[in-house]
Design a protein around this ligand. Structure first.
Ligand code: NAD
Length: 314
């Protein structure tokens, strides 16, 4: 069977956009990568730098270039990384970016829609749950085709932290961070396991659950304060999602999408484990949660709903 290689567009050529671009350069499934930014010079420079690397052995021969929104016309996937961000001298909660980034997302969604309503859109910009909700519900674009990276990165951080305590490969730590990509995120301790063994049974020394979730939530800020920005973790999270989409993997990943009654929650986007196919979000899973975990999920939903009410549904 002939495998058709695809075109992917990245909107936003900042630290995250450049990280995503660099990560996707290793993809054997991608034929063309385009990067778009209001700062055309930055997009051009990032694309040129990346394009040079494709001449080296073991690098797929991808056509990398910068461009404008007309490039979205034949893109299979569009990744939105544009917008304001927290900085080390201005460490703010992600939700503080809501006002300014809603305007940017409105501009970007209207530009994308001039050229396509077929592409899968991956939302990365923060606050990712609010922007995903906005893009899914206000632009007459098939909502299953819009995916927020949500707690995919937080879940990677959770597995990494627990793997060091368990002394096993992080990929063998099964469990999720769900809810908001932010301070109300929570861990699914009841389902977290190593080879089916509940995490608390596997560990020789008991761990404080609250300490672990705090470390997960604050670790992004730890990177930000020390390095100046975060990009590797999120770039690999996007790469993981792109692979699942392009290969129709039917992988289950914790991503942000507008809930449709799961756990009695509607009209807010947050992360639950979802089956990802080549058409986007195929199924939102209601995994077993304890009463405490369910109440944390509802608290996360209520927190996000208050922001939606303040900035969007006014
Ligand atoms: P950055 O400041 O380095 O880059 C932002 C880029 O967006 C700039 O190049 C800017 O020119 C561009 N831009 C601004 N408005 C635009 C518009 N209307 N159209 C096109 N381009 C536009 O920021 P960054 O570090 O790359 O972060 C980008 C976003 O990603 C932020 O919102 C940040 O909070 C978010 N982020 C999300 C996660 C996650 O887990 N979801 C992780 C890290 C960063």
């Amino acid at each position: 069977m002939k495998i058709q290689r695809k075109k992917v567009a990245i909107i936003g050529a900042g630290n995250v956009g450049a990280g995503v671009l660099f990560s996707l350069l290793n993809s054997q499934s991608i034929a063309e990568l385009v990067i778009i930014d209001i700062n055309e010079k930055k997009a051009y420079g990032e694309a040129l730098d990346a394009f040079h690397s494709t001449a080296l052995a073991y690098s797929p021969n991808i056509n990398v270039h910068s461009g404008d929104y007309s490039e979205c016309q034949d893109a299979e996937i569009i990744i939105i990384t544009a917008g304001a961000t927290a900085t080390p001298d201005k460490v703010v909660d992600r939700t503080a970016l809501t006002g300014v980034n809603l305007k940017i997302i409105s501009d970007i969604m209207n530009n994308i829609k001039k050229y396509t309503t077929d592409a899968i859109i991956i939302m990365v910009s923060n606050p990712v749950d609010i922007l995903t909700y906005y893009a899914q519900n206000y632009f007459d674009y098939d909502s299953d085709k819009i995916i927020g990276t949500g707690t995919l990165l937080d879940t990677a951080r959770y597995r990494r932290i627990l793997s060091l305590k368990c002394m096993v490969d992080a990929k063998n730590v099964h469990g999720y961070i769900l809810g908001e990509h932010g301070k109300t995120a929570f861990a699914t301790w009841s389902g977290t396991n190593i080879a089916g063994i509940p995490i608390d049974e596997y560990l020789e020394e008991p761990i404080n659950h609250e300490d672990v979730i705090e470390e997960v939530v604050l670790s992004g800020y730890d990177v930000l304060k020390n390095k100046g920005y975060t990009n590797f973790g999120i770039a690999k999270s996007v790469d993981r999602l792109v692979r699942a989409l392009l290969a129709n993997e039917l992988s289950i990943l914790p991503i942000s999408t507008t809930l449709k009654g799961e756990y009695g929650i509607n009209d807010v986007a947050l992360s639950l484990p979802c089956v990802i196919s080549n058409t986007g979000v195929k199924r939102i899973l209601e995994i077993p949660l304890t009463e405490d975990e369910k109440s944390k999920l509802h608290a996360s939903a209520n927190y996000l709903k208050a922001i939606i009410a303040e900035f969007i549904n006014i």
